[in-house]
Design a protein around this ligand. Structure first.
Ligand code: ADP
Ligand code: ASP
Ligand code: MG
Length: 439
């Protein structure tokens, strides 16, 4: 049995619904379907989820959201009439609008309706059972998922051999109120469903033919990566390649269920297979799996003469950050200096307090902070066995005049991470891609 998830662009209009039906008909094992809210139909179009967040902000500040709600309604009613469905969502949409006007709908409930109505339409179109995510994705009070309870609840609802459609992105808190994952969270719902039902594979259908070696918005037509390990995927998605939500691998990985990223608009393409490991080396010329990164980091650097002989300087810095509940991404260091690299938004509000506390606790000779840093990661399970890769990376960047602000490598040698100025981010990714990908 296969659990299949379709993302926003795959759910954008009636034409996409038809493609999904073909994909399901092509393989009778594709029985349990997770869907996202309708995404963009063309560049410049709106994602339903964004419209719902916008609608909530209006209501919160006492501004009428009727115009936005009309756009939301017509997106769904258009699909309903294009597909000539028996279902009529209009009364339910209107009832929702009444409750919004009466301020009875929480932010999370409102934004979850994007996936809810998508799933209702898709279930009617396919003639599959609709299973509400609120009836089985159970959150604990701290916002983590109660896996055992959730898995049991889903198993009790799915009829073996029959088709089911489930909305992604949300579930229920212990008191029954709706709670959502972070953005892109339908990937997590799909992973939980695959784990709950012991699926043979979790297929994640999107608008690209797999995980690409670099962000297609930066590099033109990047190659797809045929095979990625769970560890590499974790590195890639954490560092920026947001094809798959970074938390979505945990449930499937626990059960050793492979993930296959596929393209709804090109169903013949094999996409990317993600597993614990792969036997043999099917692609000996490729030693970097992917290149990714994110902008807007800050580096706090401090130096202290004789620091290498003193106990606990780094500890004192980290203690301040722990006190402010700030997690650190990287800690590159020299002999008498150390820096911590973290997202700027995590520190910007309390920056001056944090700097003052570090000064007081660690008594450095110098203490500086630099903003507008982008972190770029080259990820690859084969890098550990290849000497000279970092040399090649830094030579390529140097030849292009890109200044490197920090360098870091994880102990498992799965990645090489470096910082550049935000303005050099796109150029750095392009340079790396062009120097590593043999055409
Ligand atoms: P969905 O709506 O199907 O969940 P997402 O928009 O969340 O799809 O993710 C797919 C998008 O991720 C692609 O359209 C692409 O623009 C972007 N992306 C960023 N980095 C990569 C990468 N390395 N490989 C593939 N896609 C990437
Ligand atoms: N619709 C939600 C979002 O846009 C969840 C998802 O698409 O995975 O974030
Ligand atoms: Mg997504």
């Amino acid at each position: 049995m296969k659990v299949v998830k379709f993302g926003g662009s795959s759910m954008a209009d009636a034409g996409q619904y038809r493609k999904i039906r073909e994909i399901l008909l092509a393989d009778p094992d594709r029985k349990v379907v997770i869907v996202s809210a309708a995404g963009k139909r063309y560049s410049g179009d709106h994602k339903l989820t964004d419209l719902l967040y916008l609608c909530y902000s209006h209501v919160k500040y006492g501004v009428d959201c009727s115009r936005i709600f009309k756009m939301i309604m017509s997106r769904y009613l258009d699909i309903q009439s294009d597909l000539d469905l028996d279902l009529n969502l209009e009364p339910e949409l209107k009832a929702l609008k009444k409750r919004i006007d009466a301020k009875e709908v929480s932010r999370e409930e409102l934004v979850s309706r994007g996936e809810y109505f998508s799933a209702k339409l898709m279930a009617a179109y396919l003639g599959f059972q609709f299973i509400d995510a609120a009836d089985w994705v159970k959150f604990n009070m701290d916002g983590t998922v109660n896996q055992e309870e959730s898995y049991n609840a889903l198993r009790g609802r799915v009829t073996p051999g029959a088709g089911a459609v489930i909305p992604g992105f949300y579930g229920a808190m212990p008191d029954g109120t709706i709670h959502t994952f972070s953005r892109g969270g339908s990937d997590i719902t799909g992973s939980l469903a695959a784990a709950a039902l012991d699926a043979d594979v979790y297929e994640n259908w999107t608008d690209v033919s797999g995980i690409l070696m670099a962000d297609p918005r930066i590099v033109d037509d990047p190659q797809a990566i045929p095979e990625v390990t769970y560890d590499e995927l974790r590195e890639l998605s954490y560092s920026g390649a947001q094809v798959l939500h970074e938390d979505s691998i945990f449930p499937v990985r626990e059960k050793n269920i492979p993930v296959n990223i596929r393209n709804t608009n090109d169903p013949q393409a094999p996409g990317t297979m993600i597993k614990e490991n792969f036997e043999g080396d099917h692609d000996p010329d490729r030693f970097i799996t992917g290149i990714t990164g994110k902008k807007d980091f800050s580096i706090i650097s401090l130096s202290k003469r004789g620091m290498s002989n003193q106990v606990g300087v780094l500890y004192k810095v980290l203690k301040v950050l722990v006190r402010h509940k700030i997690s650190v991404d990287y800690v590159p260091n020299g002999i008498d200096n150390v820096s911590v690299v973290l997202p700027t938004r995590a520190i910007e509000k309390e920056l001056y307090t944090i700097m003052a506390e570090i000064k007081q606790e660690a008594e450095p000779d110098t203490l500086e902070v630099h903003h507008n840093i982008a972190v770029v990661a080259a990820v690859g399970r084969k890098m550990a066995f290849r000497p000279g890769i970092s040399g090649k990376i830094f030579a390529a960047l140097g030849e292009s005049g890109i200044n490197i602000r920090m360098i870091n490598q994880g102990p498992d040698e799965l990645n090489i991470i470096f910082g550049v100025d935000n303005k050099d981010f796109e150029a750095a990714i392009k340079v790396l891609y062009n120097s590593f990908v043999t055409k």
